[in-house]
Structure formats: structure tokens, C-alpha cells
Design a binder for this molecule. Structure first.
Ligand code: CAO
Length: 439
């Protein structure tokens, strides 16, 4: 036997006394449980109110423009027999020893929760584990048809910019958003990572103890963005080696004495830059950039080396041009000048562009090795750690040698492991015998 049911506005969180902007059903409509009945809109967002029951709409108790709150009756339904049939087995299945479940069923009949706004298996969701944040989705400013469209595509509406009145999101905005995500290949349509990784939760750390919040510098934020992009989009390999710089160090010290009066100081880095430029000449794929389409490799015929400089505001990578053509004196002077400019915040954007490959030297600080992140669009970066005296077996005895750890990270889409090993071995051999740098 059918019964008349008043469907009321459930608890809808912050939505109190909100305006009805759409009525989605008409008298006589057959509706299923969870079908949307009306759309309400606050200053910030709109949401659909679902039906708690299946049945036939007998009366609509609200009109567009009305303000409603929790508990207001939206429609009167004649509950369908089908719904009763569906519910019947549920009641039979309830274990006899749990009669307390019954009141819960009765509660559902009089009050419902808002329909979940996330649907599964949208057509272009890149990962089955990626999710739309239901709260953000609910708060987005869009009509039900646009919401439905967005749900079908798996688009998180909170990430879409609205071009309609009062920034309302229209269908075109959703389409443009999907197009942009697909063409740039960045992220995913639901705003999560393309890897399907859950977003980081917001945590109030003050609950665990005293905390201080400091603003990230502009450089920190920019570097963070680029490093993150490079880390997740480039398949990195890091190849390690140790260069015997014993004789180079003797030579460097001798040069420093000779050039002291001229104010030139040679650090190991200037020799390493020369060796890297020579490596780029011998192995041209290291001096390349992958076209974003992934179709072509652009080989460069210039030999510009970027140098990571640690500044109080964060990491910057100025570029020293034509390292192959410059003398060690020129490179040493330029290195000092450009790292000074970096620390004094005097670098221009053009000073940081056009690199062939970068070097990140932590040799002056310490550590035995590390895995630098490729500075895209370059395809390789050489990390340098602190040189150390070590006993090295020469075939008949151990000899004390100054060994400098080298850490070469490269983009495995462009460089094979064998070439990675060849490049680092070649650079090591040049540093082990500085005369070879003249070749
Ligand atoms: N092994 C042992 N000693 C080393 C060394 C090495 N590999 N590299 C440098 N040193 C020594 C230098 O010879 C110098 O000693 P002396 O004064 O006795 O000659 C001392 O360490 C300081 O060197 P430096 O670091 O100031 O100079 P540099 O030319 O080697 O490096 C620069 C310049 C700008 C690269 C460096 O100052 C810097 O900022 N490094 C940090 C880079 C960074 O943060 N990288 C991390 C990026 S994340 O990938």
C-alpha cells in the first residue's frame, strides 16, 4: 500500500536560509531515491537537494526564489511500491538479534542526507584512486546540469574558473578546463595529482606543540613549483662516481698562489665546469631538450653551464655562457661575480636562462653524495659532494687519493644508462688528468 511522504530539506551544513534557484521536478514525475529535487544557492555556492524517497511527485511545496532551511518540506511524494519491495528484503535480512537497526531505517524514511556529489568511473579520470573533494565540489558555483556534466567527466568543479554571471561555472568552462588539462598534461581533471595521490591534509600542528608560521619567499615558491614538476614528470636516474682530483687539487692550489695578487681564486667548481662542457661536446644528448610533444630532441650547439647557488632567499641557478670557449681565469671570475649577484638579488631572468646542463656543488658544505633534480628543460645535472682523502688500491698497494664524489642525475627518456655511465666516467677522467681539459 502506497503512503504519502513529505520530503524535507536535510541538514545541509552552512546553508541556512538559502535561495531556491531551480526546481528540478514537476508534479506527476516519477523519481528515484537520491534524485535531485531543487537547487539552492548561497553567496558562495549552490547545491542540489536530493529526495529521500522514490515515488511520484504529488505536490511541490516550494517556489523559485523562496528561502529555505533545514526541515522545510520540499515536495510531497506518493512513495512507490517498488521502493517498498526493495526495502522489504532489507528488513528481512536484518539479523533478528539486532532489532535496534529498525529505528535507523525509520529515520532514513523521514530525513535524508544530501546526495553524494562524487560518482565513480568518470570517462577520463586518469587514476582509479584519484578523488574529487566532495566538499569543494558541493561549494562550487554551478547549475545542476553543469554539475552533472562535470561529474561525468570527473572534473573537480572547485578547480574550474567560472565565466558566467557572478563567476558561475558554465558548461564551456568545464570543457575548456578539461581541454587545458589534457593538452598541458599537468595534473588531472579532478585537481589531484595525475598519479592519483591524495592531496596533503591540512593539519593544525599547534595541537601538538608550539609552532611558528613563516611565509615562503618568492624564490622558494617558484623553485618548489619547478622542482615538483621536474621530479614528477622526469624519470630520473642518478649515477655516482668518484673522481681522483689529487693532482688537480695540487695544481689548483699552485694556481691560487700564482693568481693571488690578481684577485683570482680558482675553486674546484671552475674545473668541473670545464669538464662538463667537454662532456657535453663528446655526448651531445646531454646538451639537449626534449620537445614537450615528446616527438623530437633539440640538440644545442652552445655550451652554457648553470650553477646552483645557495642564497638566503633560496636556490637560484645562474648560467655561465660559452664555458667551452672561456679560460679557467674567466670562468673563476665570472663564477664569483654571478654567485655574488645571486646573493645580492641582482640576477636578471636572462641570467638564469639558456643553460645546457647544471651543476649543483655542495662540496664546500659537506656530505658524501646526493641525488640532484634535473633542471628542466635541461636533461642532466651534475651533483658534486665534498672531496675526501681515501686509500685507493693501485694494483699493488693503497695510495692516498683525494676523491671527489660526483652524482649525475639525468632524464632517462633522453639518456640511456650506458651513456650516463660513459658521461660521468669521461668527466671523472678529465678531472683526474687536467691536461685532458686542454684537448
Ligand atoms: N670538495 C672539497 N672542498 C670543496 C669542494 C669539494 N667538492 N668544493 C668546494 N670546496 C671548498 C672550496 O675549495 C672552498 O675552500 P677554500 O676556501 O679553502 O678554497 C670552500 O669549499 C668553499 O667553496 P664554495 O662553495 O664557496 O665555492 P665553490 O666555487 O665550490 O661553489 C657556489 C660556489 C656558488 C656553487 C656555492 O657557494 C654554493 O652556493 N653551493 C650550494 C649549491 C646548492 O645549494 N646546491 C644544492 C641545490 S639542490 O640540488
Amino acid at each position: 500500500m502506497s503512503e504519502m511522504v513529505e520530503v524535507k530539506v536535510p541538514d545541509i551544513g552552512d546553508f541556512d536560509s538559502v535561495e531556491i534557484i531551480e526546481i528540478l521536478v514537476s508534479v506527476g514525475d516519477q523519481i528515484a531515491e537520491e534524485d535531485s529535487l531543487i537547487t539552492v544557492e548561497s553567496d558562495k555556492a549552490s547545491m542540489e537537494i536530493p529526495s529521500s524517497h522514490a515515488g511520484t511527485v504529488k505536490e511541490i511545496k516550494v517556489a523559485i526564489g523562496d528561502s529555505i532551511s533545514e526541515g522545510a518540506t520540499v515536495v510531497v511524494l506518493e512513495a512507490s511500491a517498488a521502493a517498498a519491495v526493495v526495502e522489504e528484503p532489507k528488513k528481512q535480512e536484518a539479523p533478528e538479534e539486532q532489532p535496534q537497526k529498525q529505528p535507523e531505517i525509520a529515520k532514513v524514511e523521514t530525513k535524508s542526507e544530501p546526495a553524494p556529489v562524487v560518482e565513480t568511473a568518470p570517462a577520463i579520470r586518469p587514476s582509479p584512486t584519484a578523488k574529487i573533494d566532495p566538499v569543494n565540489f558541493k561549494n562550487a558555483h554551478a547549475s545542476p546540469s553543469v554539475r552533472k556534466f562535470a561529474r561525468e567527466l570527473g572534473v573537480d568543479l572547485s578547480k574550474v574558473e567560472g565565466s558566467g554571471r557572478s563567476s558561475r561555472i558554465v558548461k564551456d568552462d568545464v570543457q575548456a578546463f578539461v581541454k587545458r588539462v589534457l593538452t598541458t598534461g599537468g595534473g588531472s581533471v579532478n585537481g589531484g595529482s595525475a598519479l592519483g595521490v591524495e592531496p596533503m591534509p591540512e593539519i593544525d600542528f599547534s595541537q601538538f606543540g608550539e609552532v611558528e608560521t613563516i611565509a615562503l619567499s618568492k624564490i622558494n615558491k617558484l623553485t618548489g613549483k619547478f622542482l615538483h614538476r621536474n621530479w614528477v614528470t622526469i624519470p630520473h636516474i642518478t649515477q655516482f662516481d668518484e673522481a681522483d682530483i689529487t693532482s688537480l687539487e695540487t695544481f689548483r692550489k699552485q694556481l691560487n698562489k700564482e693568481y693571488e695578487r690578481e684577485g683570482v681564486k680558482f675553486t674546484m667548481l671552475s674545473f668541473i665546469m670545464k669538464a662538463v662542457a667537454a662532456g657535453l661536446k663528446k655526448y651531445p644528448r646531454f646538451n639537449s631538450s626534449l620537445e614537450p610533444s615528446g616527438e623530437n630532441l633539440i640538440l644545442k650547439n652552445y655550451f652554457n653551464v648553470g650553477v646552483a647557488v645557495d642564497t638566503p632567499d633560496g636556490l637560484v641557478v645562474p648560467v655561465i655562457r660559452d664555458v667551452d670557449k672561456k679560460s679557467l681565469v674567466e670562468i673563476s671570475l665570472e663564477l664569483r661575480e654571478i654567485s655574488g649577484k645571486a646573493r645580492d638579488k641582482k640576477l636578471k631572468p636572462s641570467d638564469m636562462q639558456g643553460g645546457s646542463m647544471s651543476i649543483s656543488s655542495l662540496g664546500g658544505i659537506g656530505g658524501t653524495k646526493f641525488t640532484p633534480i634535473v633542471n628542466a628543460p635541461e636533461v642532466a645535472i651534475l651533483g658534486v659532494s665534498r672531496a675526501e682523502m681515501k686509500p685507493v688500491w693501485n694494483g699493488s698497494e693503497f695510495e692516498p687519493k683525494l676523491m671527489c664524489p660526483l652524482c649525475l642525475s639525468y632524464d632517462h627518456r633522453v639518456i640511456d644508462g650506458a651513456d650516463g655511465a660513459r658521461f660521468i666516467t669521461y668527466v671523472s677522467s678529465l678531472l683526474a688528468d687536467a691536461r685532458r681539459l686542454l684537448l
